[in-house]
Write a protein of this length. Structure first.
Length: 318
């Protein structure tokens, strides 16, 4: 094989670059030319090519399960992010539910009491068995139950409304409900801790148990919006043992892992759907940026209903 330079020399007409019209030799070494490749050089190149080919043949091909391992790692990270999103929304729904019950619960209770008294007044006036049955059912709905203080979060006991709850119904000053909505910094700390310490990143049962216990404390701190405790937990995790590197696993285990991740994703999807379709979740979506305003609007509507029921009861009682 000739080099590009030799091909160009062979193509040049006689007389150009050579005295007396002599041809430029293309054989290289035999005629003193420098454009060709010597036999020694050719052999050297062949040896180098053979060495490269031999090295390439010795390089191990990618393990069959390598792509599956990458898919599992990607699925794990995606599931963790999804769990974080679902847990964040769950905390928002729980907090809004707590505020909803604290602020509006007494009004709902007052409406139920008024409905029971109205039904009883109607039954007393008509004596109709059906009206009596309705009155009994309405009264049963507002009968005190054991442990009612816990159920109604401190605004009602077995004897009736607490003073603060009654003040809400009469537009009197009252202590505002406790706010437990996490701050932006608390949300940031929670997400960082969840990504670092998630139990699904563990490779051993002992490590998984340690992570589950730690994440339980992280979730509890986040649900209370305790930014200081979240910082302490972040320092605790940073000082703890580093998680072990994930090693290769057999293909069968990788497939089982992917199947478990898919099932977990389906379960979380159902949880998220239930949260979104719940009464509190639906209300929260109406005003995600200003839920307090929504509570104020609902409170105004409930107060109007209370006033209407009281007027109806007064008319029945004469």
């Amino acid at each position: 094989m000739m080099t590009p330079e030799a091909e160009q020399s062979q193509a040049e007409p006689a007389g150009e670059g050579a005295p007396d019209g002599a041809e430029v030799p293309v054989g290289g070494a035999e005629q003193g030319g420098e454009a060709g490749v010597t036999a020694d050089e050719t052999a050297e190149v062949a040896d180098e090519t053979a060495d490269v080919a031999e090295e390439s043949a010795e390089e191990p091909a990618e393990r069959p399960e390598a792509r599956l391992e990458r898919a599992v790692r990607a699925a794990e990270q995606a599931l963790i992010e999804y769990e974080i999103a679902v847990e964040t929304f769950r905390v928002e729904v729980d907090n809004f539910s707590r505020l909803h019950h604290q602020k509006l619960g007494p009004m709902y209770t007052r409406l139920d009491e008024l409905d029971a008294r109205i039904a009883e007044a109607v039954a007393a006036r008509t004596g109709d068995p059906e009206d009596i049955r309705k009155a009994d059912e309405a009264r049963a709905r507002v009968m005190p139950m054991p442990g009612v203080e816990e159920l109604f979060h401190g605004w009602m006991d077995g004897d009736g409304l607490f003073p603060e709850a009654a003040a809400m119904l009469t537009d009197q000053p009252v202590r505002p409900p406790q706010r437990v909505r996490p701050s932006d910094e608390a949300r940031k700390l929670y997400r960082e801790l969840a990504r670092k310490a998630h139990p699904d990143l563990a490779q051993e049962e002992g490590e998984r148990a340690r992570r589950e216990e730690f994440i339980t404390r992280v979730n509890a701190a986040y649900a209370r919006g305790d930014e200081a405790l979240l910082r302490e937990l972040a320092e605790e995790w940073a000082a703890g043992p580093a998680p072990e590197e994930q090693g290769p696993t057999p293909s069968e285990e990788l497939y089982a892992r992917l199947e478990w991740l898919a099932q977990r994703k389906e379960m979380l999807t159902l949880v998220a759907k239930d949260l979104e379709e719940s009464a509190i979740g639906a209300m929260l979506r109406l005003a995600p940026d200003d839920p307090d305003r929504l509570l104020d609007e609902i409170a105004d509507q409930l107060l109007a209903q209370v006033a209407a029921r009281e007027a109806e009861l007064a008319a029945l009682l004469g």
